[in-house]
Design a protein around this ligand. Structure first.
Ligand SMILES: O=C(O)COP(=O)(O)O
Ligand SMILES: [Mg+2]
Length: 220
């Protein structure tokens, strides 16, 4: 079947490098760094939105956005995977899914350039037939267009989306695809309040869930 994954907080614990890039920018402005929990709470709506939230948290005028966004982006593109790691069990799951013949894709709100760099540095890129980044289309998740594009690129077949956040629950609903939510990502609300078909606490639980899904039917 066709399986599309979210990236930050789902496949990869990526917040540490987002924090480092943001804090390099803040240090350059003579401002205090932000901690990991704060930066983690800013992830999920794309890098421009994260930078916007960083500026707001440190009382920086929005007129400075373009210059400071470029700084964070350049710091991040230079080191997107120094401290970031695949979530526990991800590599074993991807090996199994590839061996079982599934087609895999990524739909992330992270811009495509750092997304691909990070995947490459972590050895994840070969598993994926497509990567749709947050700057691939004018719309970002939770708009269904990027997720639909990822599935269209994978071709016909049953569809499963795997993500970690409010944004992912919303986009799955909008795109009318089966949704599995990872319980230990960057979500802010309780899982029970988010629409989902499956939840899992460890990636070793996801293989058996996928094995129960019908292969043939094409999602609407
Ligand atoms: O907010 C981001 O930049 C990326 O987040 P996502 O991979 O969870 O979509
Ligand atoms: Mg995510």
């Amino acid at each position: 079947m066709n399986i599309v994954f979210d990236l930050d907080g789902t496949l990869v614990d990526s917040a540490p490098d987002l924090m480092i890039a943001s804090n390099k920018m803040l240090r350059g402005e003579g401002l205090e760094p932000l901690d990991l929990a704060t930066i983690t709470s800013f992830v999920g709506n794309g890098l421009p939105k994260l930078v916007e939230r960083v500026l707001r948290a440190r009382g920086i005028a929005t007129s400075q956005f373009e210059r400071l966004y470029d700084e964070v982006r350049d710091f991040y593109n230079a080191a997107p995977a120094d401290e970031s790691k695949p979530m526990p069990g991800v590599m074993a799951l991807l090996d199994k899914l590839k061996a079982d013949g599934h087609r895999l894709g990524i739909c992330t709100n992270k811009p495509e350039e750092p997304a691909r760099l990070m995947l490459n540095l972590l050895g994840l890129e070969p598993y994926f037939d497509t990567v749709v980044g947050g700057d691939a289309l004018p719309e970002k998740k939770p708009h269904p267009a990027p997720l639909n594009l990822a599935f269209e690129r994978l071709g016909p077949g049953a569809r499963l989306y795997v993500g970690d956040s409010e944004v992912d629950a919303e986009v799955a609903l909008a795109a009318e695809v089966t949704f599995a939510i990872y319980a230990h990502g960057y979500r802010k609300q309780a899982i029970d309040g988010l629409p989902h078909d499956f939840r899992f606490d460890h990636f070793e639980e996801l293989g058996p869930i996928i094995d129960t899904l019908p292969e043939a039917e094409t999602a609407a």
